[in-house]
Write a protein that binds this ligand. Sequence first.
Ligand code: HDE
Length: 699
Amino acid sequence: MATKKAAKSKVVTRRDGGDASAGHGGELHQTAGGKHPPLTTNQGLPLSDNQNSLRATERGPGLLEDFALREKITHFDHERIPERIVHARGSGAHGYFELTRSLARYTTARILTEVGQRTPAFCRFSTVAGGAGSIDTPRDVRGFAVKFYTQEGNWDLVGNNIPVFFIQDAMKFPDVVHSVKMEPDRGFPQVASAHDTFWDFVSLTPETMHMIMWVMSDRTLPRSLRMIEGFGVHSFRLLDAKGRSTFVKFHWRPKLGLQSTLWDEAVKLAGADPDFHRRDLFEAISSGDYPEWGLAVQLFTQEQADALPFDHLDATKLIPEELVPLTTVGRLVLDRWPDNFFAETEQVAFCPSHVVPGIDFSNDPLLQGRLFSYLDTQLSRLGSPNFHQLPINAPKCPFANLQRDARMQMLRPRGRVNYEPSSLDPQSPRETPGGFRSAAVPADDGVKGRVRPQSFADHYSQARLFYRSQSEHEQAHLASALVFELSKVGTPHVREAVVGHLRHIDPALARRVADGLGLPKLPPAPRAAAPVQDLPLSPALRIIDRMKPTLQGRCVGLLVDDGSDATSVRALRKAVEAAGAQVKIVAPRIGGAKLSDGKTLPADGQLAGTPSLVFDAVALVLSDSAGQRLAKEGAAVDFVRDAYAHLKAIAVDAGGRRVLAAGGVEPDPAVLDAGDARAFVAAAKGRQWAREPRVRTLA
Ligand code: HDE
């Protein structure tokens, strides 16, 4: 038996360096397949047989004595840990943060004052509502959590891709999450807000309205995690050496610009590639095309905050950048995929309470609740207060205190002193004058109580500001999203109540949605707790106008078959790659296609499994006979039909035109000749918004 041979074979190499946590002791065995470490039990016992359990006789019962089987199965039975109650599905990557502009005027935090300093970082992106095994492209908020391993301890900036939140007070978090998750009696829908309980909660909670505008916008349908913004949401404080504080809001801006998919595309992507975003991030990092974001800050004083027409401590409000400008101070680059998904992406534990000296919290009641929740959740998820000792969570600077013991203790503190003050051990850790201090700000006068300030009462003005700041196309998408979601709500009074709220936001929006739902008349608007203000619009909140006309970081699909014109294929590929995009070859067979020059071009994807959904633009270079054949092939017809409906540029030659015709696609200025690679590249840099009214009815 091969394994027996392996166990007996001579030790040929010592394992040098590497990750001791990988678990094997250091000796490699030469086998026919190469050099392998010995397979051992968790106690280090080398095993000679990993194929068969121990049995009383050849065809007899198994034996309890079989410790190797029991250890293996027991460990397997316990492989899963509780998934995160929210943000369960996520993808992470390592990288670094580099400061480009000092904030020394405002803070002592070294990560924000030492220009050029590179701080190691780990970033995890997530959806919110679905389970760990759900899809990447639901209509959902995306988490954007960054752990900076600074010299002064770990700083976690645990944000989202939307700058506001559903609720104002942590007390309501379990309610909003329960309402959006699958309904508890039936266990569906998975990862969708389009159901009664969510909209019931929303309709009875007007403070959700601003966030609802964002969630119904294209922001929740990102094309790639590399093309989302990130926001710290709450106001934080920066503290200088004298203890003076300045409010700060943190923003991440993607280098590739913002880009979203269309709803129809996102829905189909869920089936075509449930890992669409994870794969995209993995492929980008693996190919050295490192995702990058700029870190920008909005800085403002208490006096400026007091002059704002809303309360910045209310997490349902943003501060338009037209009011308080953004200053870019650094960049985040993700350049390394984790070695092991579970050890790193799953076990990473973010807590907004992890800050460094020079950064402090504001009184935002949502943030205050979060400061408790995350530590608590890590205890249940990771099972021990020693979760900070896991390599992904451990600070990369020295850390020491007098906390001791507990489950899964990995450290071996020495000596008799595990208390403070002490005089017996000069080495025991002590307080440091430059250590963390809370901002010494005077507390407001007031009465203790379960209260919401009147300054939190305006729920509609910023929802209006957001909606009215959108481009025409984005407004149409938003209205259509509301119609889609509310059409999935079975309870008429819930649908009507939501439309009632929309009347405060924008009467035309309310009418559009009411029409889309087929309501006979506009439902009444609820009483607004504060007058609705017409705040100055903020065009910076749009996506469409701010999409970068670029192919950088994008992917173009080239559909070929036997006999495709080699010159056209080569010219298209060259032009697209020169513009910074990746080219993927799609063919009816994964082995590739024999082009007109007699050479075989290997395929990256087989046609049936590689729809145009996964590309930003497509080209079809097909011989006449291949065109005729593929015109009868559903996958090829869908390839062009979807590309057209998703407003993508399409290049075709004569063979390709046959498939277009079979798909009933009417040529327009972005359906181009495959011979004109330059025009194709120019069109591929954007979506064809003008085409949209021809392909779908929007509310
Ligand atoms: Fe979270 N949130 N949250 N959240 N959140 C969690 O912590 C919570 C909120 C965010 O990739 C949980 O480790 C409360 C706002 C991200 O691991 C939990 C409240 C923002 C992630 C939790 C909020 C976020 C989480 C679940 C209201 C944007 C994923 C697992 C008071 C600024 C981090 C976990 C990762 C995760 C609680 C509101 C972002 C239960 C109580 C606002 C990106 O602790």
